[in-house]
Ligand binder design. Structure first.
Ligand code: SF4
Length: 411
């Protein structure tokens, strides 16, 4: 499945400057324990382990030595079942990163949320989708799960000051529901800062391969399972772009990370929309993205990943300022002024910036090569080295990353 994507040319987008040693974000896994079991999850949940706080500190020291980043994603497993989560958030903050808690939300209570905020949490990314069979939402569709998303967004808004993001894994079976998620996020741009769509991948969807570790052939079936939920077909970034446009026809991604093999594959595709009064006024341009990353790096020595709700609520100022330098942003400014002229009450309403992101993880090429995200933001630490977090299980199980070799054709 690969839709033609109108006017989506990587050379017209801003190539995010994130790289191996200087990035917007890094990925920390204090635990492999989880309280849900998502379809297609590749973490070993049969033998869950918590790291000690000292082991996690050692991982953070590796990051500090090898890589700059703005944010630290605290993931897992589910980090809220990690017994030292509050101390860990404090430690991450004290070491100079913005702590972002990547959780399914099941273990989150208002009192834990208040404690985490006090410890220095910058924000949450809630992973919510139909692959999870959540206890109180069994059989719910993606669209129905918007009620669960709203529950967490409102919980964060009540506490205030925390950035709120959602991840949803999208498979061929759930692709058609993407527009409902995009529309819901737009209606709640005042309390939802980011919506991320992660496209479900499985090696078996990309071809017929044998797998080897250090020259030894493996039974790889148990590591990355293709499940019925996966829909039996790969979904690509262009398919997701077409779906988002059904909900928001103006949708125009402006920044990206390419693949390590294909310079024109969109592994991370980022769009920022300006929403006023529940309606999209326009999508930020590639030049705007470049100005934000460059200004952040010049001012703070780090590329920006998540912005605070206070910053994203300054959509009007962002448009006014950037319009001084960029023709594309001037067009958004005129449109915004037009909307305010049509309804002067909008003069007193905030315009919110909201990010829509598509992530298309590893692809297996026909010749067996693996197209990873170039400038991977989700690098984690394994035995003192930076490695792709999406392939950590290969290191745990086989001691190295696995090679894929196409099976000889019988014809
Ligand atoms: S390479 Fe893997 S870990 Fe890195 S950003 Fe892509 S999917 Fe995530």
């Amino acid at each position: 499945m690969q839709a033609q994507s109108q006017s989506l040319d990587h050379l017209n987008c801003y190539r995010l400057p994130w790289n191996y040693s200087d990035n917007g974000i890094s990925w920390l896994e204090p635990t492999t324990k989880c309280n849900l079991r998502c379809e297609g999850c590749y973490r070993d949940l049969e033998h869950p382990v918590h790291k000690t706080l000292e082991e996690v500190r050692a991982d953070l020291e590796v990051f500090r030595r090898l890589r700059k980043s703005d944010c630290m994603s605290i993931a897992g497993g589910d980090p809220l079942v990690y017994p030292h989560i509050v101390e860990l958030v404090r430690m991450v903050r004290e070491m100079g990163w913005k702590p972002i808690i990547n959780t399914n939300g099941v273990a989150l209570t208002e009192s834990l949320l208040a404690e985490l905020k006090k410890a220095g949490a910058f924000g949450f990314t809630f992973h919510i989708d139909t692959s999870q069979n959540r206890p109180r939402a069994k059989g719910w569709s993606e669209t129905q799960l918007n009620a669960v998303r709203q529950h967490y967004a409102e919980m964060l808004a009540r506490v205030g000051g925390l950035t709120c993001s959602f991840n949803a894994t999208i498979s061929a079976r759930t692709l058609d529901e993407m527009p409902a998620l995009v529309a819901w996020a737009g209606e709640h741009a005042d309390i939802v800062q980011t919506m991320v769509f992660i496209l479900f991948r499985s090696p078996s969807l990309d071809g017929d391969f044998d797998f080897y570790a250090r020259g030894r052939k493996l039974n790889f079936g148990g590591t990355y399972k293709e499940t019925e939920w996966g829909g039996g077909e790969s979904v690509f970034a262009a398919d997701a772009v077409a779906k988002i446009r059904q909900a928001d026809p103006a949708y125009q991604p402006a920044a990206y990370l390419n693949g390590t093999i294909n310079p024109d594959s969109f592994k991370w595709l980022l769009a920022d929309r300006v929403v006023l009064d529940g309606q999209t006024v326009g999508f930020a341009t590639a030049k705007f993205m470049e100005m934000v990353q460059t200004a952040s790096h010049m001012a703070r020595g780090r590329y920006l990943y998540y912005a605070s709700p206070r910053t994203t609520a300054r959509g009007k100022s962002a448009v006014f300022l950037s319009a001084l330098f960029d023709k594309g942003m001037r067009r958004i400014l005129w449109r915004m002024l037009g909307r305010m002229a049509a309804n002067p009450l909008r003069l007193f309403k905030r315009a919110h910036m909201q990010s829509l992101m598509i992530i298309q993880p590893v692809n297996f090429e026909a010749d067996g090569r693996q197209d990873m995200c170039d400038g991977c933001p989700d690098m984690t630490v394994h035995e003192g080295k930076l490695v792709w977090s999406c392939r950590l299980e290969e290191l745990h199980k086989h001691g190295c990353f696995v090679d894929s070799v196409p099976r000889p054709s019988l014809h």
